[in-house]
Design a protein. Structure first.
Length: 380
C-alpha cells in the first residue's frame, strides 16, 4: 500500500486547528518513516456548521458515502445542532455506519501532570458499545401526547405501577441486545489476544438493571466461553466483570488490575472520560469508532469544539493527533505511528506542550498550537 485516500472532517470551533496540526505531523512522520513510497491523500468532506451553511445539511449524504467508499476517515470535533433533526452528529455517524465499537485507549505520557500518584499504572483500552443503550435516542418529552400514550401502555398493557409521577415524567427506552453484546465482547477478546493483554473486564450495572445490563454480563460471559474457551482455559485470557460504580473506585485505587474494558454505551462514556482524567485529560485522549466486521473505522478527537478558544492558537491538538496515530496503526503503518509516540514523549519530558498541559509541569514551557506542531515535527 503506497498511497491511501483518507476522508476527513475539519470540524467546528477549534476543529480546523487541531485537524491541520494532525495532518502536518502525520504527513511528516510518514515521510520520515518511508521516505516517499507511502503517503496519504487527504480528502476533505463537509460536516457540521460550515456544511449546514453551504449545503443546508449538517451531515451531507456525500460525506457518509465517502466514509463507506474508502473504509476509514478521521474527524475533528463537531457542533451539536440546535433544535430538531439530528441530535448529535457523532451519534448519527456511529449509528448510520453501524460503528458499534467506540475504542478509547488510555495511557500516560511521562512528563504529563496527573491528579493521581501513579498514572503510569493506567494502561487500559475501553471497548464502549456504540449503537444501543439509552444513546439509541428513544425517548419522549414529559407532558407530550407521546409520553402519555407510552405511560398508558406501560400501565394498561404491562401492569407497571412504579412510575412515581406519571403526569410529569419523561420516558426513555434502553435497548440492549444479545447480538450487540456479543459482537462488542468478541472484538474486545480478539483485541486482548492480538495485543497480549491479560484480561477483559465486563463493566455493567446488572445488579440493578437485571435484564439489560445484567443481560450484557450474561451474554458476554457466554460468548467468551463459547468462542475463546481454549484461551481462557490456558490462562492466556481472563474474563471477569465489575459493577460500574465499583469499577470507577477500583480504577483509581488499583488500575493495574484492568487491561481491556468492555461496557455499554452510557457506562463507557463515563468510564473513558474518568480514565482520561487520570492521565492528563481528554486533551490527550484519542478515540475511534469501528465496525470490526466490515473494517470501517472513523477516528476522532474526543473533546468538544471549544468555541471560546477557536482561532487563538492555543488549543491542544494531541487528541486528534493521537487519533491519527490510531489510524496509522489500524492500516499497519506502525513505524510512522511509533515516531509520533516518541516525539510526544520527548516533548512532554522536556516540558514542551500547549498551555493546558505546560502550566501544570514543573519545567513547563507553554507553546501555541502551531509552535507545538512545529516542535513535534522537529523531533520526528
Amino acid at each position: 500500500m503506497e498511497s491511501l485516500t483518507v476522508p476527513y472532517i475539519k470540524g467546528d470551533g477549534v476543529g480546523p486547528e487541531v485537524t491541520s496540526s494532525m495532518m502536518r505531523v502525520i504527513d511528516a512522520a510518514v515521510e520520515k518513516a518511508y521516505g516517499g513510497p507511502r503517503h496519504i491523500d487527504w480528502l476533505e468532506v463537509p460536516a457540521g456548521g460550515s456544511a449546514f451553511e453551504k449545503y443546508g445539511s449538517y451531515m451531507p449524504d456525500a460525506t457518509v458515502d465517502a466514509f463507506r467508499k474508502y473504509g476509514l476517515g478521521i474527524k475533528g470535533p463537531l457542533m451539536t445542532p440546535v433544535g430538531g433533526g439530528i441530535r448529535s452528529l457523532n451519534v448519527y455517524l456511529r449509528q448510520t455506519l453501524d460503528l458499534y465499537v467506540c475504542l478509547r485507549p488510555v495511557r500516560w505520557f511521562k512528563g504529563v501532570e496527573s491528579p493521581v500518584k501513579h498514572p503510569e499504572n493506567v494502561d487500559m483500552v475501553v471497548f464502549r458499545e456504540n449503537t444501543e443503550d439509552i444513546y439509541a435516542g428513544i425517548e419522549w418529552e414529559a407532558g407530550t401526547p407521546e409520553a402519555e400514550k407510552f405511560y398508558g401502555f406501560l400501565r394498561d398493557a404491562m401492569g407497571v405501577t412504579k412510575v412515581r409521577f406519571p403526569e410529569t415524567s419523561a420516558f426513555g427506552v434502553k435497548p440492549v441486545s444479545r447480538e450487540g453484546t456479543e459482537r462488542l465482547v468478541r472484538a474486545a477478546c480478539r483485541y486482548a489476544l492480538d495485543h497480549n493483554r491479560p484480561s477483559v473486564t465486563l463493566v455493567h450495572k446488572g445488579n440493578i438493571m437485571k435484564f439489560t445490563e445484567g443481560g450484557f454480563k450474561k451474554w458476554g460471559y457466554e460468548l467468551a466461553q463459547r468462542e475463546f474457551g481454549d484461551a481462557i482455559a490456558s490462562g492466556k485470557l481472563v474474563i471477569k466483570d465489575c459493577i460500574c460504580d465499583a469499577f470507577l473506585q477500583n480504577a483509581l485505587l488499583k488500575p493495574e488490575d484492568y487491561s481491556v474494558i468492555a461496557t455499554l454505551n452510557l457506562n463507557g462514556d463515563y468510564v473513558s472520560d474518568m480514565l482520561a482524567a487520570q492521565v492528563g485529560g481528554i486533551g490527550i485522549s484519542p478515540g475511534a469508532n469501528i465496525n470490526y466486521d466490515s473494517g470501517l473505522a472513523i477516528f476522532e478527537a474526543t473533546h468538544g469544539t471549544a468555541p471560546d478558544i477557536a482561532g487563538k492558537d492555543v488549543v491542544n491538538p494531541c487528541s486528534n493527533l493521537l487519533s491519527g496515530v490510531m489510524l496509522l496503526e489500524h492500516i499497519g503503518w506502525n513505524e510512522a505511528a511509533g515516531l509520533i509516540y516518541d516525539a510526544l514523549e520527548r516533548s512532554f519530558a522536556e516540558g514542551c506542550a500547549t498551555a493546558d498541559l505546560a502550566r501544570l509541569m514543573p519545567n513547563g514551557k507553554a507553546m501555541g498550537t502551531r509552535e507545538f506542531t512545529n516542535h513535534l515535527i522537529g523531533l520526528l
